[in-house]
Write a protein that binds this ligand. Sequence first.
Ligand code: ZN
Ligand code: ZN
Ligand code: FE
Length: 764
Amino acid sequence: MIARRNIKIKGIVQGVGFRPFIFRLAEERGIKGWITNTPEGVEIDAEAEEIALDDFLKDVPHLAPPLSQIDQILVCDGASLQGYDSFSIIESSLGTERSALISPDLATCPDCLRELFSPQDRRYLYPFLNCTNCGPRYSIIQDIPYDRERTTMKVFSMCPRCRAEYHNPRNRRFHAQPNACWDCGPRLWMKDEPPMGRDSIKAAYQLLRRGKIVAIKGLSGYHLAVDATNAWAVKRLRERKGREEKPLAIMVKDVAAVRKFCEVSRAEEDLLQRASRPIVLLRKLQVNPICEEVAPHNRFLGVFLPYTPLHHLLFSLGEGAKEGLLALIMTSGNLSEEPLSYQDEEAAQRLAGIADRILLHNREIHVRSDDSVSRMMAGREVVLRRSRGYAPMPIRLKTSPPVHILGCGAELKNTICLLKGENAFLSQHIGDLENYETLLYFEETVRHLQRILEIDPQVVAFDLHPDYLSTQYALSQEGLQKVPIQHHHAHLCSAMAEHQLEGPCLGIICDGTGYGTDGRIWGCEFLVGDCLGFERLGHLRYLPLPGGSASIKKPYRMALSYLYTYLGEDLEELSFCRRFPPQEVQVVTRLLKCGFNSPLVSSMGRLFDAVSSLSGIQDEITFEGQAAVALEMVAEEGWGGHYDYGLQKQPEGYIIDPIPLIADILADLKAGASAPRIAASFQNTVIHFLLDVAQRMATATNLNRVVLSGGVFQNAYLLEGLNRQLIKAGLTPVLHQRVPPNDGGISLGQVAIANAQLNQSQGK
Ligand code: ZN
Ligand code: ZN
Ligand code: FE
């Protein structure tokens, strides 16, 4: 029986190779009819045997292109048969085409890889091959609509063979804008050397083998590459880059090679191989060829797999394990704290003092993105840095705003977010807005995303902190409605928005710094609320941060603050104080005594800092969160000990007093307990008191869902421990997955809140 079906598919189905996919599937199955883009997605009209149509509908969701995301399939029986004689792609009018989403940059797909290494293929060893399912996108798009003329590929005119593929809907390269080959596409060369064709990769490989630092222009920015098994080379890179201890990511040929030095679960294996190719934090094996300098004092390594043809070619060189490259450090090509280099002249200048040689190409990068970072926690992927391979795919909200909204994010790990309709477009990771270069990158990202997504915000949401550059940017925008948003409220709503939760939730928000509504620095907050508002039900006891935010780099100062609160001036008797110059201890005590330049903080990050220093793990830091990470890394696994804590119900809410646990740590230190034990006992205690407050809040409010957000929840020990305990207590934890728990998620929370408030004020 021949039947006809009209099918509407909603979701992310444009600009992701969806129409050619349907075209090929329909042809394969003998289905006639057509497909076209519509403002909501795609519409298909299909005629065939009823069984074939049913199979087709069943298979679409499973076989759909990797980037697509199907939210809904609506099927109607067609009224009358049309007698189509073929299946065709109907070009839609320009107006609807423009609502298409922009794909992130994607790792080389298996089909292209096969071609790359098959000598008969015309793209054999071509370092820029790609197709509809892989290759550069976001990084090369200059304007919309997305076609070759408006990408940095416009300078390469396709050869007849590439053009034929491009126009053939049966071909994998149908409408693949960056389509290229040896005859017509981009080229690679070693800077200051005559073009060597394929040999420039060999030259880079040989330099790397000899321990040299090679800057490599990649998909969305420059990397600095060095052999990760060569301690001398790694030290040299750290010195030149000005990056003392922060872990460096390594690129490894394949999963089998990763297993030589890391534990890899099935889920982690999948994550490593995803087209977004994030850096995945994996547990190191005891015996390990990767030198300690890559990630000092860390139980984990950040590992990712090759994601461009060039990477694959580099790892294919050398005969066997002895000569091949096992693992390369691939760190962003910049000086510490500056944004990633992406333009050739600028890179040549900035990287000249770091790299021994530069391997570059002539496909211009229009938008840079750093590598993304993920970690499997509590059985799911938690994105810690959402950038290349993810941005600018939107997070879908449940409701849409009456006007477009811009969220400016926070200060550290900044991202911006643009809300249009139900799509919240979260930008790539921009970085710490502490220097001029990063601020320029921020402004450039706002401008470019507005342009290519056709977003014209009339409302700007921003952090309450008056000193943040993102706040100052927001306030300087003339003619826009300004919506200031409390930092931890944004954290709460960022997780709720990600999971499309609307009703009020409880929130345990733990991070380093957030400006409170009382003008103090918050950071361990017990909230209840939703996008329309929140109430602070409690927090960690306020303690002074002697010396203000400059002291964040010196965790021992926070330890002194806790000790001073506990012991007063007797603290100078402690052996702990003998680790530091007497004048320094005196200066800090004096600050604490008079309260000068010692803002009050309720920060979980600072509590971790204090304990990290007190237990002898880390007294000073060179990057954000270092002391807390070090504490997590040394904590003895399986140790069940814990400390005491105070919990008082005061007029302003539940106040956690950490002084009893400081007293217990001092006792433990006196008894000679090891740092790993103290670290474990401390973290167990944090889990205990967070659970304690969660249960009290749940009883008081009759709410069940508990959002865990804030940068401290990048700590797997804490997140997984608390998650388990909350479930055991009958509560429902809400964890971040696609949006970082750290300040990278703040801009999403900001637009979600502004959205709800605008809708409410308009009576919707
Ligand atoms: Zn491909
Ligand atoms: Zn060509
Ligand atoms: Fe935060």
